[in-house]
Ligand binder design. Structure first.
Ligand SMILES: Nc1nc2c(c(=O)[nH]1)N[C@@H](CN(C=O)c1ccc(C(=O)N[C@@H](CCC(=O)O)C(=O)O)cc1)CN2
Ligand SMILES: [Mg+2]
Length: 298
């Protein structure tokens, strides 16, 4: 079977260009969206992602406010900064890059962000709204996955979806979104018995477990659509570092109908959806209507 490689990089580029057009017309009405990103510590991957976020925010015509705090920043100081940003009218969205250093309680930090400025959609209010079908901010990675699925398959109604992984950031919100799309959804995880059997039932398989190349060719239903959320750095046979997903891409792609690559699949969509969320929350904060092309925000 010839698989279709879902080009997240190109879908993300098109999305960013639509966002930039919308931002341009907002600016003509005197509204200038602003995104504040806070990085605590010096995790090398997080530094790359935060730099990318700042660059793409500016390229979309939005204001980017970047806060880089030392690894030993006390939790209280971070809470104070969030409180200041919550009250700052030039800041529409606030994001704290994860993971945080060990001495900081992630939950306390997420809960301190004003829900209407929670551009990541991680606040319990937004998670609750998503699961009850309300006006939530949807976490960027699952939103990006859904956009690629709809781009590939159109209507998802009646399809069987298996989500591998039950994290608050990806697995659980992904399942909520797929239920909203009328899929029949199974969440599988480390304690699921016969995880392969579950996967073999899936028309749509979302792999988000952080285990390099876990999903094998014989786990896949022929023609299934595979979304690989994993970003794992491993050593190849010559001891060079390389990036792989949670799916054994070379072999699974012989059997799938469509598949996202790593890199160049879900990752670029995550940042494009962050810009999309910044635009959406800015529109909401100004009581403006959400354009029809922005999915799942009606
Ligand atoms: N506050 C948040 N923290 C984290 C999130 C998030 O959505 N909000 N997600 C991840 C990290 N992340 C964005 O923050 C992110 C990860 C990966 C990529 C990406 O484009 N990856 C590239 C490969 C990059 C590489 O070479 O390392 C790709 O897949 O093509 C973008 C954003 C955890 N933290
Ligand atoms: Mg911690």
């Amino acid at each position: 079977m010839m698989t279709n490689i879902i080009d997240g990089k190109s879908i993300a580029a098109k999305l960013r260009s639509r966002i930039a057009n919308e931002v341009e017309s907002l600016k003509q009405q005197g509204i200038h969206p602003g995104l504040a990103v806070i990085l605590v510590g010096d995790d090398p991957a997080s530094q790359v992602y935060v730099r990318s976020k700042g660059k793409q925010t500016k390229e979309a015509g939005m204001n980017s406010f970047e806060y880089r705090l030392a690894d030993n920043t006390p939790q209280e100081a971070l809470l104070e900064l969030i409180s200041k940003l919550n009250q700052d009218n030039s800041v529409n969205g606030i994001l704290v890059q994860l993971p945080l250093p060990r001495h900081i309680d992630e939950e306390a930090i997420i809960n301190a962000i004003a829900p209407q400025k929670d551009v990541d959609g991680f606040h319990p209010i937004n998670i609750g709204l998503l699961s009850t079908g309300g006006k939530a901010t949807i976490p960027c990675t699952p939103l990006g996955c859904l956009m690629m699925l709809k781009d590939q398959l159109g209507d998802l109604s009646g399809l069987k979806a298996v989500v591998l992984g039950r994290s608050n950031i990806v697995g659980k919100p992904m399942a909520s979104l797929l239920i909203k799309e009328n899929c029949t959804v199974t969440i599988a995880h480390s304690k699921t018995t016969c995880i392969e059997d579950e996967c073999r039932q899936a028309d749509i398989l979302i792999a988000a477990v952080g285990k390099p190349e876990l999903v094998k060719e014989n786990w896949i239903k022929p023609g299934a659509t595979i979304i690989d959320v994993g970003i794992n750095r491993i050593k190849d046979t010559e001891n060079n570092s390389k990036l792989v997903g949670d799916v054994d891409f070379i072999n699974v792609s012989k059997k799938s109908g469509a598949i996202t690559p790593v890199p160049g699949g879900v990752g670029p969509m995550t940042i494009a959806c962050l810009l999309l969320n910044t635009l959406t929350i800015t529109l909401r904060q100004n009581n403006l209507s959400i354009p029809k092309w922005i999915i799942n925000q009606e």
